[in-house]
Design a protein around this ligand. Structure first.
Ligand SMILES: Cc1ncc(COP(=O)(O)O)c(C=O)c1O
Length: 378
């Protein structure tokens, strides 16, 4: 089946009892059993839920994996994936990943004896020369918020040579634009909160596995840790993915208009958007993704400039998160990446004047007009 067809149908069939076209929202904590060893495959709501199962099958199909395992948030999914790593092992992470991922790894998991190295992975060949041993390679591409591009195929080859897994956080691109498992990754993680749900009304996460063994383990972890995606959130994300294939092209079209506008503005010192031909890694991105997504970062030069800009937005909302149908603007240093120390942010280029925009699917002219009005105050 084609991608758009899978978005709408994968994992779902008309309800066998009623014929309902939409997978029902199963709000039940438990299931009646016919005998001590006899049940319909459903025992307890944390372990099994038909709405969540439908979403998990849907997301596995969209990413091309054997199974998807859904969690209460993107970070809960990342935390579960990290259970594949043992104390004493080393994990290499692309630098400037989402601040919450950095915080989870460094503050909560590192104390259990896992070593994390945050490295610039945008040059796979250079990394190969100094990589050393590691058990897991974790990357975002484009990275959040500097839009650095990592070569998924090249890095998968390096990881596999070392007997390590490659995990890609594919939240920014969604499987509509980029399918890391087909490029050699072993697992894909998403904050379903973002493009997969697409409507800014749910928090959730998923890990999609290439191997049945990893999927089996993560299902075990999902039940054992208990950080499951709720039935309502599963229902909402399932509804969200139905329109993924029509939302993403529109996000991208609008982001092209907004990126070009920002680049032409005198008060904007630099624009980071993978769609520019001179964006570092543009060619690699084009070779592994079918589009540029909806995230743009731009430099206003100072905290004072960003502080003058943000409150003047009217249509665009100042807020954390991304990937909703509405345009969202955030200030990484004070918001999404506040978990990094100032020196860490400085080293990554996450300046106090950096602004990130998640371009929505409103009329592009209205978004541009709103940004122009706010820039006039800078
Ligand atoms: C790239 C990326 N990965 C993971 C997360 C964490 O997801 P959640 O907020 O659903 O826990 C985020 C959140 O912003 C993100 O941007």
């Amino acid at each position: 089946m084609g991608f758009a067809t899978d978005c709408i149908h994968a994992g779902q069939r008309p309800d066998p009892t009623t014929g309902a076209v939409i997978t029902p929202l199963y709000l039940t904590s438990t299931y009646v059993q016919e005998g001590l060893d006899k049940h319909k495959g459903f025992e307890y709501g944390r372990t099994q839920n038909p709405t969540r199962f439908a979403l998990e099958a849907n997301l596995a199909a969209l990413e091309g994996g054997v199974d998807g395992i859904c969690f209460a948030s993107g970070l809960a999914a990342s935390n579960a994936v990290m259970s594949l790593v043992k104390p004493g092992q080393r994990v290499v992470v692309s630098d400037n990943v989402y601040g919450g991922t950095h915080r989870l790894f460094t503050k909560l998991i590192a104390p259990y004896g896992v070593t994390f190295d945050f490295l610039d992975l945008s040059d796979a060949a250079a990394f190969d020369k100094t990589a050393g041993d590691f058990a897991l390679l974790w990357l975002e591409t484009p990275t959040n918020p500097m839009m650095k591009i990592c070569d998924i195929k090249g890095l998968a080859a390096i990881a596999h040579r070392k007997g390590a897994r490659l995990v890609v956080d594919n939240t920014f691109m969604s499987p509509f634009f980029q399918r890391p498992l087909s490029l050699g990754a072993d697992l894909v993680v998403h904050s379903t909160t973002k493009f997969l749900n697409g409507h800014s009304d749910s928090i959730g996460g998923v890990a999609v596995c290439k191997s049945a063994d990893d999927a089996k383990w993560l299902k075990y972890v999902q039940n054992a840790q208990g950080a499951i995606l709720s039935p309502l959130d599963s229902f909402l994300v399932l509804r969200g993915t139905k329109t993924l294939a029509v939302r993403m092209p529109r996000h991208e079209e609008n982001s092209g208009v907004v990126a070009a506008f920002l680049r032409g503005e005198k008060k904007v010192q630099k624009v980071f958007w993978p769609g520019f031909e001179d964006h570092p890694g543009h060619a690699i991105h084009k070779s592994q993704a079918s589009g540029f997504g909806a995230l743009i970062s731009f430099e206003l030069g100072s905290l004072a400039a960003a502080q003058r800009f943000a409150p003047k937005l009217s249509l665009c909302s100042l807020g954390e998160s991304l990937g909703g149908v509405e345009t969202l603007v955030c200030h990484p240093a004070k918001m999404t990446h506040a978990g990094y120390t100032q020196p860490e942010r400085d080293a990554l280029g996450i300046t106090d004047g950096l602004v990130r925009i998640s371009v929505g699917i409103e009329d592009a002219n209205d978004i541009v007009k709103d940004l122009a009005a706010a820039l006039a105050a800078v």
